[in-house]
Design a binder for this molecule. Structure first.
Ligand code: NDP
Length: 447
């Protein structure tokens, strides 16, 4: 429920952003947490501060023309939403997926403001992308698309302005092509303009692993509050992309047994524990489908076309594919199977109904803003390394990541305690993130 003082703000957001369901969902969730903050700190409701947080500073929508391998001209739509720069340059990934529209980019940009604030690092919030579908496209087509996308985007970004990174459909290959074109257009070797770069041209060690590893660290901290850990736990991780793969890697290192993962066509179950080398081979090298896993692995594994991965019984569920992939119905099944903890590796993968059910059932629930913040935090570490022309070891970088995740967990838990809702990480993350941004916005005046 949104506090009655904040309801008019949400009504206005609804009116101005009609039909942008994911964005409205993300705003509603944050506003539901802010009633108690405004009661305690009325100054945060002055000068239309909350209204301003809900309105992007700048939204850029552009045409992306490119020529496919058959010589035909294709047109996609590009987006960059520069949401809030009170704490630092806009920072957030770029998503290439056919479902991308302005509402999805705005939801992601809005979430990013609070997530980035929670890391304690000097980064604002933004997000971008395109409805381009990389699946089935040749390397040459992906390169030409990235070059055309950057030919417009380059004038809006920069080391001190806006620093994009990867997201769904954008990994190191795409970041390389984007950086190459930026460098050519500007005639500057401005390494800090993009993160998620390859190691040979300014990338950070552990950035590829950071989101997944960070999620595992965060959930480990949540489990510790119940004197539990990953050791011997059955874990289900949805997706089989960047976040899923490195979540599986770290959870396995922590002693958990990941028994299922998926892609948008279906899921695989392997009671022996998912063979991560095989998943990497299929997904990272061959860019294939997860169905191939069952064929290659043999008798211990099975593939289920369609269906819900959340039917697989587990102690810990880590949704790491996409928004709203875990519904109220799925949550009921997981609770029935005795799930102990849920950590969002993806952004907003659990519907509001699912989150409510988990919280009512006393399941530990780590929202994406907190649980998957390790990716952007390590991107900020990549920016630090670029600025100082330095390159840290893997161990040094992972140590920083682990410390940041522990700190985010502590900050969320302490904030939840302070507001009389111990264990409510949703409230803790929203409020702790908001307060940091609000303080900066207040100091900067009405801009
Ligand atoms: P990838 O593109 O590497 O992988 C995405 C995975 O999710 C693939 O397995 C894909 O399957 C699956 N997927 C995508 N869309 C859908 C859909 N509509 N239904 C079912 N499955 C789907 O992306 P990432 O791993 O980078 O991102 C995953 C999530 O994590 C996203 O929510 C992203 O915003 C979030 N995130 C990512 C960060 C990062 O550093 N990369 C940082 C923080 C959050 P298929 O191949 O069939 O499409």
């Amino acid at each position: 429920m949104i506090d009655e003082k904040l309801q008019p703000i949400f009504d206005e957001v609804l009116r101005r952003n009609a039909g942008e369901s994911e964005f409205l969902q993300a705003v509603q969730e944050v506003l539901e947490s802010l009633g108690a903050v405004v009661a305690k700190h009325p100054e945060y409701a002055h000068n239309a501060l909350i209204e301003r947080i809900c309105e992007p500073e700048r939204q850029i929508i552009f045409r992306v023309p490119w020529v496919d391998d058959r010589g035909e001209v294709q047109i996609n739509r590009g987006f960059r939403v520069q949401f809030n720069s009170a704490l630092g340059p806009y920072k957030g990934g770029i998503r290439f997926h056919p479902s991308v529209n302005v509402g999805i980019i705005k939801f992601l940009g809005f979430e990013q403001i609070f997530k980035n604030a929670l890391t304690g690092l000097p980064i604002g919030g933004g997000k971008g992308g395109s409805d381009f579908n990389p699946r089935g496209r040749s390397d040459g087509e992906v390169m030409r698309f990235c070059q055309s996308f950057m030919t417009e985007l380059y004038r809006h970004i920069g080391e001190y302005t806006d620093v994009p990174a990867g997201d769904i459909g954008v990994g190191s290959r795409e970041i390389g092509y984007l950086f190459g074109q930026y460098k050519r257009l500007t005639n500057r070797y401005e390494a800090g303009v993009l993160t998620g770069k390859g190691l040979v041209y300014g990338g950070s060690r552990a950035r590829t692993e950071a989101t997944g590893y960070g999620t595992a660290y965060f959930v480990q901290e949540m489990l510790a509050t119940r004197a539990a850990d990953f050791d011997g736990k059955r874990v289900v991780v949805s997706g089989s992309g960047n976040v899923a793969i490195y979540t599986i890697e770290k959870v396995t290192e922590f002693g958990g047994k990941v028994v299922a993962c998926s892609d948008s066509a279906g899921y695989v179950v392997d009671d022996e524990g998912i063979d991560l080398d095989l998943v990497k081979q299929i997904k990272e090298v061959r860019r294939g489908r997860i169905s191939e896993y069952a064929k290659l692995k043999g008798s211990t594994a099975s593939y289920v076309e369609g269906g819900s991965i959340w039917e697989v019984p587990c102690d810990v569920a880590l949704p790491s594919a996409t928004q709203n992939e875990l519904t109220g119905k799925d949550a009921r099944v997981l609770i029935e199977h005795g799930v102990l903890a849920v950590g969002e590796g993806a952004n907003m993968p659990c519907t509001p109904e699912a989150v409510k059910l988990f919280q009512e059932a006393g399941v530990l629930f780590g929202p994406g803003k907190a649980a998957n913040a390790g990716g952007v935090a390590t991107s900020a570490l990549e920016m630090q390394q670029n600025a100082s022309r330095d390159s840290w070891t893997f161990e040094q970088t992972e140590e920083r990541l682990a410390a940041i995740m522990r700190d985010i967990h502590r900050r969320c838990a302490e904030t939840a305690d302070e507001y009389g809702k111990p264990g409510d990480y949703v409230l803790g993350a929203n409020v702790a993130g908001f307060v940091r941004v609000a303080e900066a916005m207040e100091a900067l005046g009405v801009v």
